[in-house]
Design a binder for this molecule. Sequence first.
Ligand code: SER
Length: 318
Amino acid sequence: MKNILVIGSTGQIGSELTVELRKRYGNEHVVAGYIPGAEPTGELKETGPSVIADVTDRQSIELAVRKHKIDTIYNLAALLSVVAESRPAMAWKIGIDGLWNVLEVAREHHCAVFTPSSIGSFGLSTPHVKTPQDTVQRPSTMYGVTKVTTELLSDYYHTKYGVDTRAVRFPGIISNVTPPGGGTTDYAVDIYYAAVKGEQFVCPVKAGTYMDMMYMPDALNAAISLMEADPTRLIHRNAFNIASMSFDPEEIYAAIKKIRPEFEMVYQIDPVKQAIADSWPDSLDDTCARLEWDWCPKYDLETMTVDMLEKLELKLKK
Ligand code: SER
């Protein structure tokens, strides 16, 4: 990875991934791709170059790649699960037509490509506990349909054209910098904001609903380590199960309450989110990622909770 383009650099993952990549590879070598109307601001804008990179406009991707001599693309453009259910055509246009554009440019310009998949690529007929790497993927959501297609299309470009495509299946990502928008796992971010603001949290999914989650530093490490991994060790490519913690609303509530005993949570179930969450695995088996590229997360629910509360305390005080 010499010159890197991050498409979707202003989103939840992109905003932190771009900054982390700049720390590792040098500011000038990491370009923040954005769509008009969502320009980089603050640290993202100040620390390095940025360029328009709209996946629905192939020319913009091609221009960005040529101008900055890009050899690696992190393609993070996507609608999250709840939004994708209300805008399925747009989810397809961004997720799949957009991916096609990125892969075509990558094929012509010899770029490696990372396009994440998700726990959302699984469905009701998937084994829900310790979901294996290779198993049934019949999702019932448009988000899931685009993610399974992403995996297949990325593998196709690798086997057919030799494009160096690699990816992970991200769980719900928890972070304190840029809030997620319109995902089923967002509650596990929102709950920390409520706790720090001293508000009662209204939880949209039922007690007993388990989903895999991950703290942002581990998610960033996963994306970067996989792209740096020795290709001769990779048996899988698109996409690896990764896991670090799985909990239900009661467990994250208890972890926060240990530090903030006054914190209160009540339930008001959102049927759309509940149905999506019920169709996803409770926990993934990430053995292949551990064996093929030494995946090893650092945070669990307790250590993440301490860090989230500290960081949000500082952020919300400003
Ligand atoms: N965080 C995503 C969502 O909830 C899942 O990968 O949509």
